[in-house]
Design a protein around this ligand. Structure first.
Ligand code: DC
Length: 227
């Protein structure tokens, strides 16, 4: 846990821009990226494909501990493989997001993913994107960001993302689903979505990607994490 590898954590609710910003920070620094939400999504997808009962916490925890996952980032393209099969798009649906939020509430699933996530911290450094990166997975990280945006803006961003991918989506249904997922992620007993006590909170509602990226890079510079 006292890993000497530099880690920057980026936590926040869905649609806050964490994913985009984490990727941009990792690319800017030439560091590795952990998309921890993808791991929860993979557990949910694998559980569904294997016909597990929705309430089967132990079955999902077993999957979390044993599933074969590969993250490939070539140029600007991301490929996520589950048991050797491409599931990059399959895990991004709103439906899988909802299931992921449900399986993520089980402590056994979170426990099974803990060391897997920590194993991503390898030189030269790691940008870790999620809900509990700063509170549970990398509590010693020297820079923790908590990214927020108001709910309307987050629903709008998610809507645009899904449309870009060619999925049909309704803005009002998305707003409802995001509110539901936020409430579940924030109120669960195990590793709820809360800023770490030492996190810097950035509200991105009126900021574009460049502006948020600039703030994160400046924060790391001031802490002498990079030049
Ligand atoms: O970031 P995302 O939308 O891909 O995450 C999907 C779900 O996974 C989210 O609703 C809650 C859960 N999750 C979590 O509990 N802890 C994390 N570190 C990342 C995601």
């Amino acid at each position: 846990m006292n890993s000497p590898v530099r880690v920057v954590t980026l936590d926040g609710p869905s649609g806050s821009g964490k994913g985009t910003i984490s990727r941009a920070v990792a690319r800017h620094l030439g560091w590795h990226l952990l998309d921890s939400g993808a791991l929860y999504r993979l557990v949910a997808l694998a559980g569904r494909e294997r016909g597990l009962e929705r309430g089967d916490a132990q079955g999902h925890a077993r999957i979390a501990g044993t599933m074969a996952v590969r993250f490939d980032a070539a140029a600007d393209e991301e490929h996520i493989l589950l048991e050797g099969r491409e599931v990059t798009d399959a895990i991004r649906s709103e439906e899988v997001g909802q299931s992921a939020s449900r399986v993520a509430a089980w402590p056994a699933v979170r426990e099974a993913l803990l060391e897997r996530q920590r194993a991503f911290a390898v030189p030269p450094g790691l940008v870790a994107d999620g809900r509990d990166m700063g509170t549970v997975v990398f509590p010693q990280a020297p820079l923790k960001i908590f990214l927020t945006a108001n709910p309307e803006e987050r629903a709008r961003r998610r809507y645009n993302q899904l449309k870009q991918k060619g999925s049909s989506a309704s803005l009002s249904a998305l707003s409802r689903e995001i509110a539901e997922r936020d409430a579940r992620d924030s109120s669960r007993a195990a590793a709820p979505l809360v800023p770490a006590a030492d996190a810097v909170v950035i509200d991105s509602t009126r900021l574009d990607i460049e502006a948020v990226l600039g703030q994160v890079i400046e924060l790391g510079r001031r802490r002498a994490l990079w030049a």
